[in-house]
Design a protein around this ligand. Structure first.
Ligand code: ZN
Length: 307
């Protein structure tokens, strides 16, 4: 399968090949100078470079990267890219910016979920020099990859999440805010890791996304969707259903293993029958059930009451 596919005239999706094809992507904005939305983790750097090479570019040609949030699958390679390319600028949510400069807290939080798989999954996480970072707030318009992007504050999955809107092209780069929607699969999986999952905030984010002036969503997990409303409505419904399901188990005293089985039993058979077992497996790589359960539990502990 090819490493790259053209999204539109000036935008290319690079498949970062995170263990499987069509799980994790980065978007190349082919302006002058070129830029990326999302870098992926350092463990996928060779694949990112292969994708750039297929477009006649090298890491050193990039002027900027914009990351939707700082989770390692989206932004883990930012520091490594800065080391390779001394003029690279980094656009990031102002709340996430300090954690790129000093990733120690981010790494501790990730280690609680991924344990001894940290290095294999993510590779080296290099601190980003503070002077490379351009912190963004809601509504900021910035030049990136030869076009204007607008930052839209989109908390829920994380409290430091931006969607970037390319108004001229009618596209939005949605990071994790529009969920995990793999090509050809109508079932959207909510990626709900700890520690910042906030369902009320996410619903308000979906309200905002539904009225964006765009025709297409560019998802990090994975690819372009021409049916924004269907994706967003499906995600909204799944977030609520998973909340009900896990709340029921949690208040009945079920432990993390039981809750993980509960969530798997709800999603897996449907995805397998509608999209095939291979898609279910790739969904699991993009946002695994156990991590998603841990995110809800953290959220329940903060709230203590159902909505
Ligand atoms: Zn994330």
């Amino acid at each position: 399968m090819s490493r790259t596919r053209r999204v539109e005239e000036r935008t290319v999706l690079i498949d970062l090949g995170f263990g499987h094809p069509e799980v994790l992507g980065s978007y190349l904005l082919e302006g002058d100078p070129p830029a990326l939305v999302e870098t992926g983790p350092t463990s996928c750097l060779a694949n990112l470079e292969e994708g750039l090479r297929a477009c006649g570019l090298a890491l050193e040609d990039l002027a900027a990267v914009a990351v939707t949030h700082i989770h390692l699958d989206h932004a883990g390679a930012v520091g490594a890219l800065c080391r390779r390319n001394p003029r690279l600028r980094v656009f990031v949510h102002r709340v996430g910016a300090p954690h790129l400069v000093d990733p120690s807290r981010l790494l501790r939080s990730a280690a609680r979920i991924y344990g001894d798989r940290m290095d294999t999954l993510w590779g080296e996480v290099v601190p980003v020099p503070a002077d490379r970072i351009v912190p963004l707030s809601d509504g900021d318009v910035f030049e990136c990859g030869g076009r204007s992007l607008t930052a839209v504050d989109t908390p829920g999955h994380a409290n430091h999440h931006h969607v970037y809107v390319d108004r001229e092209a009618g596209m939005a780069f949605t990071g994790d805010a529009a969920g995990v929607a793999l090509p050809g699969c109508p079932v959207v999986r909510p990626p709900t890791p700890p520690p910042e999952l906030d369902l009320e905030a996410w619903e308000q984010t979906l309200d905002r996304l539904e009225v964006l002036p765009v025709r297409r969503l560019c998802l990090t997990h994975f690819g372009v969707r021409d049916d924004p409303t269907a994706v967003l409505q499906e995600l909204r419904r799944r977030l609520r259903e998973v909340e009900r399901l896990l709340w029921e188990g949690w208040t009945a005293g079920e432990d993390v293993d039981r809750l993980t089985e509960r969530l798997r039993g709800y999603l897996q058979p449907e995805v397998e029958s509608r999209c095939g077992p291979e898609v279910a497996q790739r969904q699991e790589v993009a946002a695994n059930h156990r991590m998603n359960v841990l995110g809800y539990l953290r959220y329940f502990e903060k709230k203590q009451v159902p909505r």
